[in-house]
Design a protein around this ligand. Structure first.
Ligand code: GLU
Length: 505
């Protein structure tokens, strides 16, 4: 097989959508699997849509995902530069070449003239296509004498270069995912290849660069499928060998109706971008929401590809090992926000308590609590199974860090008995007398006392939990007090008894 060279070619027009990250990922997996090269090419020829910060965002997103770049704007490489705006000079000669062979032509139509032609076509009930059907009625180098268009160019009249779409021809295209596609050339228009600002359009720059950079496989989103016949035609006009093409399925909304958009994410509370986007209209990111990159990548890999087995958990190495374009689906993939959380839950369980304690310590620091790793390790171990994200640990453990300010009234009503204050003050004394305040020692002593007194163990424990936590939630009660320590435990009993005792009296 030819040396595999693939590229991810985003346009820096805003934050990179997760669909774009998936395109990058599939290219990367394919490159690594085939010992090939993964290239990042920035397609920024449309200066009007350029957004400051987008390029850095793309690079940081790929880095966060563990997608490493072999050749690119930062890495350099044998086909530098990799930013299309810096390759401006290259494209003109290819546009000129197509004109010289008659495959392209100059067009001088003003926006007003184009609008008029469009509305005339609409009045006749058809969509306007600038192609063989109207070419000779428009202002271009095919409809006017050579001397005239040459003069216009010399006078500096703005022009574009259009591709001369062949007349009445079936264009046959092949796609590794979609198979053989036939499009009739009369349904296509004479796309602009080069603009009056001296910049190529996407189509010209993309095809020229894929050729010059010796790209073997073009793996990109389905939204580019309509451009495929034009690209096939362009390769033929240049007389170049074509790369192989694979158009990836769309990422769909959770209900399967239409393309996944930022608005869906906003509505349902999940991000559609890998990282937080800080400019203009800000947007949430998976990283900042607390997702691990392994979970994000694993989830994304399975949105459009399947391994052919039931296996769902894949490390990057395993993905590289198993990935193949043959197993990419044709149909759109429905995004499932719950499944995304499920993946994070899985990867969080894989982490050691120590690692989670380090991560949770960072979270606590931001809240002004300072604890050492060993203390937090025990705590994390108590609640780990119940959480999807490090930030969830806080919701499960907040009462460890601060005494309850309020007591859940429904629980008070149900669990607080008239004898609770007396029993808890006795319990306070029992605990006070235990020198070794471990979970095992306190549990043994408390159970012995309850048995001796013949108290109802449920009643005592429920009231005890209420003064410690403020509600009826939380892990094993003796684990809680072992972590809080004797002083804090005794304080919470006193405080709870005095507040709740008063409330109910
Ligand atoms: N610049 C295009 C984009 O923004 C690249 C499409 C392609 O990969 O050919 O997606």
């Amino acid at each position: 097989m030819q040396q595999v060279r693939v590229r991810f070619a985003p346009s820096p027009t805003g934050p990179l959508h997760i669909g774009g990250v998936r395109t990058a990922l599939y290219n990367f997996l394919f490159a690594r699997k085939n010992k090939g090269t993964f290239i990042l090419r920035i397609e920024d020829t449309d200066q009007g849509r350029f957004v400051e910060g987008a390029e850095e965002y793309i690079i940081e997103s790929l880095k966060w995902c563990g997608i490493t770049i072999d050749e690119g704007i930062k890495e350099g490489g044998p086909f530098s530069p990799y930013r299309q705006s810096e390759r401006k000079e290259i494209y003109k000669q290819y546009a000129d070449y197509l004109i010289s062979t008659g495959a392209a032509y100059y067009a001088f139509d003003t926006p007003g003239q184009l609008d008029q032609a469009r509305s005339e076509a609409e009045n006749e009930g058809c969509a306007f296509l600038y192609n063989a059907s109207v070419r000779d009625r428009m202002q271009n180098s095919l409809s006017m004498p050579e001397a005239k268009w040459k003069t216009l160019i010399e006078q500096g009249v703005p022009f574009v270069v259009r591709y001369k779409m062949p007349l009445n021809e079936d264009i046959h295209c092949d796609d590794l995912i979609r198979g053989h596609i036939v499009v009739h050339s009369d349904t296509l228009d004479d796309k602009v290849l080069f603009k009056s600002d001296g910049m190529p359009t996407y189509h010209l720059a993309n095809v020229v660069d894929d050729h010059l950079m010796e790209i073997s496989h073009v793996i990109r989103g389905e939204e580019w499928l309509p451009s495929l016949p034009l690209h096939f035609a362009l390769y033929r006009s240049f007389g170049w060998d074509r790369p192989l093409f694979a158009h990836l399925p769309l990422l769909l909304k959770p209900d399967g109706k239409g393309k996944l958009s930022k608005r869906d994410g906003d509505k349902m509370g999940f991000p559609v971008f890998p990282l937080y986007w800080p400019y203009g209209e800000t947007a949430k990111g998976y990283r900042e929401e607390g997702y691990y990159p392994e979970a994000f990548v694993n989830m994304l890999a399975l949105l459009g590809w399947n391994p052919g087995t039931e296996k769902e958990i894949f490390s990057m190495e395993e993905l590289i090992d198993s990935f193949s374009i043959e197993r990419v689906h044709k149909a759109g993939s429905r995004f499932d926000p719950e499944k995304a959380k499920w993946f994070n839950h899985h990867y969080l369980q894989q982490r050691s308590n120590k690692q989670l304690a380090i991560e949770f310590r960072e979270f606590l620091r931001a809240k002004g609590f300072h604890h050492d790793i060993v203390e937090l390790e025990t705590l994390v171990g108590l609640v780990k199974e119940r959480v999807n994200f490090v930030k969830d640990i806080w919701n499960e453990t907040d009462f460890f860090f601060r005494a309850p300010e309020t007591f859940d009234q429904a629980v008070v009503k149900k669990r607080w008995k008239s004898e609770s204050p007396v029993q808890l003050m006795e319990l306070r004394q029992i605990l006070n007398d235990i020198p070794d305040f471990t979970a095992a020692a306190t549990e043994a002593a408390v159970k012995k006392w309850i048995a001796q007194k013949n108290y109802n163990i449920g009643d005592v424990m429920n009231a005890f939990r209420l003064v410690l936590v403020g509600a009826s939630r939380g892990p094993h009660i003796f684990d809680i007090i072992a972590w809080l320590g004797k002083d804090e435990t005794l304080k919470r009993i006193e405080r709870g008894v005095s507040i709740i005792g008063n409330t109910t009296s």
